[in-house]
Design a protein around this ligand. Structure first.
Ligand code: NAI
Length: 321
């Protein structure tokens, strides 16, 4: 067994965390041999609820969980982190304007970025989920200048998974038969889901999605709006925003950061643009197709490695539009 890694989940008393924490604790994200110290951060008024979450995690009796720490203190929460999953953010309230929402969240993510800078390991991988996810991620990265900017990403994997699922449903296959969809842009309804490079496995053969579906008008119309509006459709039906699917997407995203993306596959993530890819300006936090290669120390995987470098390499794909 390797040394335990320290993983923080913020917004830990919320609904996404409630679906996420068990998967982290049972080895589905960092592997079945990786012990974990799980740190749960929420705001002071939520400490009672967080206590309940802590009790439930203890009652799950998960052998990989070496410790669970519930706190409302950033110096405790951000100390020596290997991974920070920033889920908690200020939700939009009735009558709140977008600029007020942005202002409140900039404050939170500036503080949390500064706490990462001060307390976390320099190799920490930071995943921002709380909305507006792109902006919050950029704010945190800017507030932690000594942590490599490649270590910051925001979640657009839920949109990516929604796109895969829509294609799979339409073709009557399972979603793991579909790969290489792309979400461009923001985690918001302005995103652009793109399947022009996506492939689907049909009777053991990989076929382009356009060729497999032969329904360009659906792909260029209803498919795109369904993915763009899916979050709103879930809220309308459930009266609550996506939580189970968001937690699953976080697991997929973090697992790919930890272990790398499978050969021949790319996934969607919001990362900081370097200005050389797809005409997206420098320094914009934008969802791209990315491949991730993890550098290991030592020859044995997964026992003797230390994670140091992760390349979010959108430049390995040169698409022509
Ligand atoms: P929730 O309201 O159930 O939970 C949020 C939790 O964050 C609450 O317990 C709250 O007290 C906590 N929190 C607020 N400020 C905090 C701070 N400064 N530090 C630590 N904790 C803090 O919300 P839910 O459903 O869990 O969603 C969380 C966020 O994820 C929301 O912003 C939501 O819009 C976003 N989201 C993002 C998705 C994506 O694909 N990027 C998908 C789905 C949701």
């Amino acid at each position: 067994m390797s040394e335990p890694i320290r993983v923080l989940v913020t917004g830990a008393a919320g609904q996404i965390a409630y679906s996420l924490l068990y998967s982290i604790g049972n080895g589905s994200v960092f592997g079945k041999d990786q012990p974990i110290i799980l740190v749960l951060l929420d705001i002071t008024p939520m400490m009672g609820v967080l206590d309940g979450v802590l009790m439930e995690l203890q009652d799950c009796a998960l052998p990989l969980l070496k410790d669970v720490i519930a706190t409302d203190k950033e110096d405790v929460a951000f100390k020596d982190l290997d991974v920070a999953i920033l889920v908690g953010s200020m939700p939009r309230r009735d009558g709140m304007e977008r600029k007020d929402l942005l202002k409140a969240n900039v404050k939170i993510f500036k503080c949390q970025g500064a706490a990462l800078e001060k307390y976390a390991k320099k190799s920490v991988k930071v995943i921002v989920v709380g909305n507006p996810a792109n902006t919050n991620c950029l704010t945190a990265a800017k507030s932690a200048p000594s942590i490599p900017k490649e270590n910051f990403s925001c979640l657009t994997r839920l949109d990516h998974n929604r796109a895969k699922a829509q294609i799979a449903l339409k073709l009557g296959v399972t979603s793991d038969d579909v790969k290489n969809v792309i979400i461009w842009g923001n985690h918001s309804s302005t995103q652009y889901p793109d399947v022009s490079h996506a492939k689907v496995k049909l009777q053991g053969k990989e076929v382009g999605v356009y060729d497999a579906l032969k329904d360009d008008s659906w792909l260029k119309g209803e498919f795109i709006t369904t993915v763009q509006q899916r979050g709103a459709a879930v809220i309308k039906a459930r009266k609550l925003s996506s939580a189970m699917s968001a937690a699953k997407a976080i697991c997929d995203h973090v697992r790919d950061i930890w272990f790398g993306t499978p050969e021949g596959e790319f996934v969607s993530m919001g990362i900081i643009s370097d200005g050389n890819s797809y005409g997206v300006p420098d320094d914009l936090l934008y969802s791209f197709p990315v491949t991730i290669k993890v550098k290991y120390f030592g020859d044995y995987f997964p026992c003797s490695f230390t994670k140091l470098d992760i390349f979010l390499d959108s430049r390995s794909f040169k698409f022509k539009y």
